[in-house]
Design a binder for this molecule. Structure first.
Ligand code: NDP
Length: 404
């Protein structure tokens, strides 16, 4: 069974559909969508399919920003770390991992000096490491807040993976810690640096489909779990409610940047099957319906238990924009009124966000995807869960706080 499955990462890259079937049992006590506070770091084996560089990359600019990569998992090793060689102004200066084997193999391949390979226990020592300007947090989500705050305490800037955290309260703690330390905080929302999504934003702003009336997003795949990367995704303490935070957040983001509006109300429903160990702690599906002040409505669906899709569609008064896959690593497809658009190479999104953050660190330029954006999104996620829990429509203020 395990041998025939496509990993989640390969699935998202392919933008295709899969069925993954191996299971893991886990149990929890907190309600889905809330954290139990039991998250702690734990090194994992080398993920499958990692290609390490044959020759270590070198910084390209004298003022290159030195990054410490925190968590050597699938996304860090397969997507982000290989892209640093193309960064104009950033390089990998240190690595942090709970796996001595990965510290050695990855450290050797990337040319990281032995004294810049840190265990989690040694994390605080980053404070005195002048080679490191910034920390890239690419740990399971339930660990983002504490490890970002500790990075700020060490005087480092923070690039944090999505979703920013598992609660708006944690996002607020992160933002406050960054301000106290006078350091930058960026959420790695890569679609803001990806040509298809940038073009879609521009087209919708120019009303290329007229006034927006309807928007639909769907992010789903059928999860194992069969690998370390999928195991933590079934843990409430590490992954929150599950598919919405992990994958559906792309649809949530699309709904906001394609309409250019904040929703004024949300109604939602969740589903968690009984007797399926994958969903002992997290939801299988999360579906929500949004109404915007303009009168536009949106429907957002995310699932860990249905054939894969990564889709966004906007229907306006005069046309339709369709994206499928919408927010993949590669292979985006986009049509406006049936006409295929090919605005650029989606592959640039990874290094685009690295350079954007490096420029903010060095020149103080504004961050397109700051902590406040991550906070906004967690507020919306909380509103979705609140509506699903109560069975009521939740009304929202313009900053996404729930109205009483
Ligand atoms: P992985 O499971 O592949 O990697 C996570 C790594 O975190 C592990 O390899 C391990 O590294 C470290 N870790 C520390 N403590 C734990 C723990 N208790 N359980 C599991 N891992 C632990 O996950 P991903 O790389 O897929 O995801 C990491 C983050 O990146 C998440 O926040 C996710 O949402 C985000 N992500 C973003 C994507 C995007 O497109 N922007 C795509 C995929 C993920 P080590 O062994 O070195 O200690």
């Amino acid at each position: 069974m395990v041998g025939s499955f496509l990993t989640r990462r390969r699935f998202i890259e392919a933008g295709g559909s899969i069925a993954a079937t191996s299971l893991i049992a886990s149990a929890g006590t907190a309600a889905p969508g809330q954290t139990s506070g039991a998250a702690s770091v734990k090194g994992q084996p080398m993920p499958d399919g990692v290609k390490l560089p044959a020759t270590p990359p070198r910084p390209r600019a004298p003022d290159s920003v030195g990054f410490a990569i925190v968590g050597l998992g699938g996304y860090a090793l397969n997507q982000m770390m290989p892209r640093f060689k193309d960064a104009k102004r950033a390089h990998i200066a240190a690595i942090v991992s709970g796996s001595p084997e990965k510290l050695q193999r990855v450290g050797d391949a990337y040319g990281i000096p032995a004294n810049a390979r840190y265990s989690y226990e040694d994390y605080a020592k980053l404070a005195s490491d002048k080679r490191v300007d910034a920390v890239y947090i690419v740990l399971p989500t339930g660990l983002h807040a504490d490890w970002a705050i500790r990075a700020f305490a060490a005087g480092k800037h923070v690039l944090c993976e999505k979703p920013m955290a598992l609660s708006s309260a944690d996002c607020e703690r992160m933002i406050a810690a960054g301000k106290r330390a006078n350091r930058k905080l960026m959420i790695a929302y890569r679609s803001h640096f990806e040509p298809y999504n940038l073009e879609a934003m521009r087209l919708m702003k120019e009303k290329a489909a007229g006034d927006i009336r309807l928007l639909r997003t769907e992010q789903s795949y059928r999860m194992g779990p069969t690998s370390p990367a999928e195991n933590w995704r079934t843990s409430r303490a590490l992954a929150g409610g599950g598919p919405l935070e992990d994958y559906g957040i792309y649809g949530l983001q699309s709904a906001l940047y394609l309409t250019g509006e904040m929703p004024e109300s949300i109604s939602a429903t969740t589903f968690r099957p009984t007797g399926d160990p994958r969903f002992a702690e997290i939801f299988a599906h999360v579906s929500s319906q949004w109404r915007f002040p303009s009168g536009a409505v949106a429907q957002l669906v995310s699932s860990y238990d249905s054939a894969g899709i990564n889709f966004a569609e906007v229907r306006g008064t005069t046309g339709v924009l369709s994206m499928n896959p919408a927010t993949s690593y590669a292979g985006q497809k986009m049509q406006l009124n049936g006409r295929e658009l090919t605005p650029g190479d989606p592959g640039v999104q990874f290094v685009g966000q690295i350079d954007h953050f490096a420029n903010a660190v060095r020149d103080g330029t504004p961050i397109l995807t700051p902590g406040e954006m991550g906070l906004r999104d967690l507020r919306l996620i909380e509103a979705i869960y609140e509506s699903a829990r109560t069975g009521r429509t939740v009304k929202l203020a313009p900053d996404a706080k729930m109205r009483a």
